[in-house]
Design a protein around this ligand. Structure first.
Ligand SMILES: *[C@@H]1O[C@H](CO)[C@@H](O)[C@H](O)[C@H]1NC(C)=O
Ligand SMILES: *[C@@H]1O[C@H](CO)[C@@H](O)[C@H](O)[C@H]1NC(C)=O
Ligand SMILES: *[C@@H]1O[C@H](CO)[C@@H](O)[C@H](O)[C@H]1NC(C)=O
Ligand SMILES: *[C@@H]1O[C@H](CO)[C@@H](O)[C@H](O)[C@H]1NC(C)=O
Ligand SMILES: *[C@@H]1O[C@H](CO)[C@@H](O)[C@H](O)[C@H]1NC(C)=O
Ligand SMILES: CC(=O)N[C@H]1CO[C@H](CO)[C@@H](O)[C@@H]1O
Length: 600
């Protein structure tokens, strides 16, 4: 009773400015009043702010003036233009076939809006509902010309024997219901791309059916369960391809309306038309997984330590100390020669941490310079000692690859599948052009590529999405040491959206998107992704095997590891011998020459 009171009250309010004077026919007036009452009731059920009226002049046209709502008249039955109707639009049609919308985008937007038809012809509601359901429009109600007398409203229902229901204006049953909340076992046509860990098929022991799991498959499973529907893994499509990989074909088949929902994800990345995509499900990045750089070989540790810049600084220090020593000896520049600076044995021995004769009764300044020299030598020798010992204990890794240019000059090859390469070229990605032909290895067969990636072959670097990388992180926890790392520097795309593909006119698209967002909000998506590796192990899609080849912990150092320093030592010794020989020869020559000159 209370709601009826509100309806009457609203009716009185809505009556302001009515065009009563135009109306002469008594029964027409009654019809208008009753329909107005119906529309107000519809507005109470779900608010509308726009009326879209299809068809030639009928009772709706005069009614619309009495409702405070913006009205669009489409007398020809089609709007021909891509109008962006709001989601709170109510459609009124004058007759069963007044609506002849041709623009498919407008059709998409208006698909699930509520429709009220006013039928003057003698048509069975069953036929009307049938014709509308063929057009995939489901929220239909209709009244006939004798509405005033009968008060009957016919409303279409799907998933039941009789496809419509007859209600009375004064019934409290809702006229429009969300029909897809219970699909009563109807099927949803889908097909999985079988790309682990999105969707992975397994054989259910209990029912003997083929079932799917994975973070996209679980979304669809729970959706079907919620709607009381059944997932049909369209097998006739599968036999068309034959192989287990339908990536790319799924989006084609969704476009062709062969599938309702694809159990797959597509990127928003190279698309301009998002009609067949839902709201984004996950975000992804597409980067390369790169083998951890190997350790520097022992023999190169010396070369690493002897950095030219540091050597330069030490040489400058050496010269400075020589100068200071020369000056502080007599507090004058008397002994200053190039030989004294460069071959200053005190400074050299001091810097190398060796003992040297401390000058007797030296001045204060001299002592100070010697202290400085000793301090510098302690710093330098301990620094080099520490470097050398720690590097010999655990050699540092070689530098990381930071760009495609580094990859080009590294010993790795880039393994990539033909499908991914096509995608990259289509998206105008430049990086791949920096690699020469002999640095890339293109695989025709996606599975071959996957097998190589899954064998953690460290001769290659592989493109991988962060979602798949998640499972590799888990897998590498079982290795003696991780083999690959996810490079944030060498990326194809750092951020893109992944969405599920749905048929253009899927009637329960809004329900699906709502379900998707709820699952994600609640944390199911993260949970599914987190445990996807264990699902893969359970389904025997990935082995629990250690693919790493760790080096022995206590590796002995061999003579060849210090060959470099040995050869330097030999060269230096030879140089010394040569100098010594030279000195002997020069002194002999000098004394002979001196004897010859003496008589003069
Ligand atoms: C009022 O209109 C109805 C239908 O439009 C018609 O059948 C009826 O004859 C009309 N009555 C008068 C009095 O004009
Ligand atoms: C409706 O929106 C689409 C994009 O979604 C746009 O291309 C089109 O121009 C819009 N229509 C109008 C009438 O603004
Ligand atoms: C329903 O569709 C059929 C076939 O297109 C057509 O002949 C018939 O007139 C339509 N009925 C209504 C009420 O629109
Ligand atoms: C790789 O290709 C480049 C030019 O594209 C060539 O200069 C180079 O020698 C090739 N390297 C090998 C190992 O074949
Ligand atoms: C990695 O792949 C290359 C080329 O396919 C092969 O020669 C090599 O043996 C593989 N390495 C391992 C560790 O499997
Ligand atoms: C894009 C894509 O993968 N298309 C494939 C779809 O399936 C047919 C076979 O039916 C293949 O030939 C296409 O390459």
């Amino acid at each position: 009773m209370a709601s009826l009171g509100i309806v009457v009250l609203l009716f009185c309010l809505g009556d302001v400015g009515g065009q009563l004077s135009d109306i002469t026919n008594r029964s027409e007036l009654d019809l208008e009043e009753t329909l107005l009452r119906l529309l107000l009731r519809l507005r109470l059920e779900e608010h509308f702010d726009t009326l879209l009226i299809y068809g030639q002049e009928c009772v709706f046209h005069t009614l619309s003036k009495r409702l405070e709502a913006s009205t669009v008249l489409a007398s020809s039955g089609s709007s021909d233009y891509d109008w962006n109707f709001s989601s709170s639009t109510l459609i009124l049609s004058c007759g069963a076939s007044a609506e002849r919308e041709g623009n498919y985008r407008t059709l998409m937007k208006l698909q699930m809006r509520r429709r009220l038809l006013y039928l003057t012809e003698d048509i069975q509601p069953e036929e009307v509902c049938h014709n509308y359901s063929l057009k995939e429009q489901y929220n239909i109600a209709m009244v006939k010309a004798d509405f005033v007398q009968s008060g009957s409203i016919y409303t279409c229902r799907c998933f039941q024997e009789l496809n419509f229901e007859e209600l009375d204006l004064f019934d409290h049953k809702p006229i429009f219901v969300e029909q897809f909340r219970n699909m009563r076992g109807a099927t949803i046509k889908t097909l999985a791309d079988q790309l682990a860990p999105r969707s992975m098929s397994y054989h259910d022991e209990k029912t003997g059916e083929e079932k799917m799991t994975g973070f996209v498959a679980n979304l669809l499973n729970s959706f079907a369960q919620k709607l009381n529907a059944r997932l049909q893994l369209t097998s006739e499509l599968r036999s068309k391809v034959g192989i287990l990989n339908y990536y790319g074909n799924i989006s084609k088949w969704v476009d062709e309306d062969l599938l309702d929902i694809g159990m797959s994800l597509d990127t928003t990345w190279i698309r301009s038309n998002f009609d067949t995509m839902t709201y984004p499900y996950v975000t992804g990045s597409f980067c390369f997984m790169v083998p951890h750089p190997p350790k520097v070989p022992y023999r190169q540790i010396y070369t690493m330590i002897v950095d030219p810049l540091v050597l330069g600084i030490i040489f400058v220090l050496f010269c400075l100390f020589s100068l200071l020593l020369i000056y502080s000896q007599q507090m004058s520049w008397k002994g200053l020669t190039v030989a004294n600076i460069l071959l200053n044995d005190k400074s050299l021995r001091g810097l190398l941490g060796q003992s040297f004769p401390f000058p007797r009764d030296s001045s204060k300044q001299m002592k100070l310079v010697c202290f400085l020299l000793c301090f510098a030598s302690v710093m330098m020798t301990t620094m080099y000692e520490a470097y050398l010992q720690s590097f010999f204990t655990s050699p540092p890794p070689e530098p990381l690859l930071r760009s495609f240019n580094d990859v080009q000059h590294s010993r790795y090859k880039v393994a990539i599948s033909q499908a991914d390469l096509k995608l990259l070229l289509a998206s105008g990605f430049q990086g791949i052009h920096q690699l020469s032909e002999n640095r890339t290895c293109v695989f025709e067969d996606y599975n071959e590529f996957l097998n190589l990636r899954e064998s953690f072959n460290a001769s290659f670097i592989f493109p991988v999405t962060n979602l798949r990388w998640h499972t590799y992180v888990e897998q590498q926890k079982f290795f003696a040491e991780p083999v690959f790392y996810f490079s944030d520097d060498i990326c194809i795309n750092r951020f893109f959206f992944l969405a599920v593909q749905v048929r253009r006119h899927l009637p329960y698209r809004e329900l699906f998107e709502e379900h998707m967002l709820r699952q994600k909000e609640f944390g199911f998506l993260k949970f599914w992704i987190d445990r996807s590796f264990y699902d893969m192990v359970r389904l025997r899609l990935t082995p629990l095997k250690d693919f790493s080849s760790p080096e022995a912990l206590w590796d002995a150092i061999f003579l060849e590891d210090i060959s470099w320093i040995m050869s330097l030592y030999m060269v230096a010794m030879l140089l010394c011998c040569f100098c010594f020989a030279l000195e002997l020869w020069v002194s002999r020559f000098w004394s002979k020459w001196g004897r010859c000159r003496a008589p003069n």
